[in-house]
Design a protein around this ligand. Structure first.
Ligand code: NAP
Length: 466
């Protein structure tokens, strides 16, 4: 028998989830010297790129250009894409163990965290993740309804997702039309009656999770003013002491931007963004129809934990703001995969440096690995997943060196293709995706847009003549 990792007997790797981490892991695998590796990348959606296509805001096209690197990786002769093939449904863990030496789970964080307050599930109150998926044309969310006839919206949380949501709610139809936002979302947002968008941070300006380019961008919108209450833009004594000690330049710049907004007079633009600090929602109230209409907020003060982190503590000072549309943007959360050990309290696959662990013994499970948000939680930017995937691939190569792999009965490209064809005849290959990509770009060009996305799976299949 040929030695594993040679042209005659390549190492066969299945990767579940074709977001950035799936591509980074593929790239690291293809860069291995002296070992021949074949990668099959599976995605439950027909389209690749995960959050780059369906999470990154449509008005951030530059960030999306990272797909050019992914395309280069995909052009490797040992790469195959199986789009529209769902793990746990079309293809099971048992199937993968029969066909691959190693498996990597890179499914990201597919759901949202909750606020845990009364009224959270009233009509008109949504996870930001659903709105993001909707405006980006995710097939599962394209029919969701967001009541844009309301005049006031509130976004809870001050991370970059909150920035994206507030910006998309505040952009003009002309601004949105220059993006690849889903066509139905463009239409509905163009008729939006939203006039005021509150963004609510539970801690102060120095603890804001948004990054400086994002908060700066919010002050540069064509037809929306931004305002911050002067007293909330000021640092509390604890934050001031911390900042004086660590002299963190990015935070200092952030404060400068926020404080400049507090000094800015309104210029009479159509919409207003009000950025608040040190407030937490305690309850959402509804009208007779059960639709959210206001939000009760408590004012917080900061205290230092033993570790020195500044956390919010409620006071007995309350207020209410009107809000007919609420988005909680308090972080993403990973979902378990059938048969894969999961740490429920952290929302990640149970792992050590990317090696999936057996929950009973805490020992690595042979041949199973993870990378990206489902490995470490929803933090960092797209590029953060590159070193993260490398850590995992290094573990895989170490294990391969010690012959610690699965022992598949059918480790060939032909065998898995036959199985996939049987289970999901409508799978998409990389060539199919390239064809769809070309069509989307062509349809967009006619409208002066970067692309016009297909958002329904049936439409994607029909466009491919299926
Ligand atoms: P995030 O950066 O973790 O921000 C979550 C926000 O929610 C924080 O402000 C957090 O406040 C707040 N929060 C959490 N629980 C809360 C509660 N119960 N009540 C009120 N507020 C609460 O998460 P994200 O915005 O979802 O972003 C996820 C990752 O994607 C981040 O790494 C982000 O930078 C990245 N991303 C980047 C871009 C970009 O580069 N343009 C765009 C989108 C996303 P505390 O800080 O007090 O916990």
């Amino acid at each position: 028998m040929a030695q594993l990792g040679t042209e005659a007997d390549p190492v066969r790797v299945a990767i579940i989830g074709s977001g950035p981490t799936g591509f980074y892991a593929t790239d690291h695998l293809f860069k291995q010297k002296d070992v021949v590796i074949e990668v099959d990348l599976f995605d439950r959606l027909p389209t690749p790129y995960g959050l780059v296509r369906l999470g990154v805001a449509p008005d951030h096209q530059k960030i999306k250009s990272v797909t050019k690197l992914f395309d280069r990786t995909a052009s490797h002769p040992h790469f195959r894409f199986y789009g529209n093939v769902e793990f746990g449904k079309d293809i099971t863990l048992a199937d993968l163990r029969e066909h691959y030496h190693q498996i990597i789970y890179t499914t990201g964080a597919q759901t949202d965290r909750r606020m845990g307050i009364p009224g959270e599930d009233l009509e008109g109150s949504h996870p930001a993740t659903e709105f993001v998926a909707w405006y980006n044309g995710h097939p599962d969310y394209r029919n969701y309804i967001f009541d844009l006839s309301q005049e006031q919206a509130a976004v809870v949380g001050i991370g970059n997702v909150a920035m994206d949501v507030a910006r998309i709610l505040s952009r003009t139809p002309d601004e949105l039309a220059q993006t690849d936002i889903a066509d139905y979302a463009l239409k509905q947002l163009s008729q939006s009656r939203i006039r005021e968008v509150y963004i609510l941070g539970r801690r102060g300006p120095a603890q804001a999770k948004f990054t400086n380019p994002e908060i700066k961008e919010l002050g540069e919108l064509e037809d929306a003013d931004i305002t911050v209450l002067p007293e909330e833009a000021e640092l509390d004594p604890l934050s001031r002491t911390t900042l004086e000690a660590n002299q963190d330049r990015a935070t200092m710049k952030k404060l400068e931007i926020i404080q400049s907004y507090a000094l800015r007079p309104p210029t009479g633009k159509k919409r207003k963004i009000t950025l608040r600090f040190l407030v937490s929602p305690t309850e959402l109230s509804g009208n007779e129809a059960g639709h959210v209409c206001s939000m009760r907020l408590v004012r917080n003060v900061l205290y230092a934990t033993e570790a020195g982190t500044l956390r919010p503590k409620p006071t007995d000072n309350f207020e209410s703001i009107p809000a007919g549309l609420v988005f909680r943007s308090v972080g993403y959360r990973g979902l378990p995969l059938p048969g894969v050990p999961f740490n429920d309290s952290w929302g990640v696959i149970l792992n050590q440096k990317g090696r999936v662990l057996n929950p009973d013994t805490q020992e690595p499970m042979t041949g199973e690995y993870t990378a990206g948000w489902i490995k470490r939680g929803p933090t960092g930017v797209i590029g953060t997943n590159k070193p993260d995937a490398l850590e995992t691939v290094n573990c895989m190569m170490e294990d391969l060196g010690q012959d610690l792999t699965l022992a598949p009965s059918y480790p060939t490209a032909g065998a898995i293709e036959t199985l996939v064809r049987e289970r999901q005849p409508n799978f998409l290959s990389w060539a199919d995706w390239l064809r769809l990509d070309e069509l989307e770009i062509h349809r967009g060009k006619e409208l002066g847009r970067p692309r016009l996305k297909f958002t329904a799976v049936e439409d994607m299949l029909a466009a491919l003549g299926r």
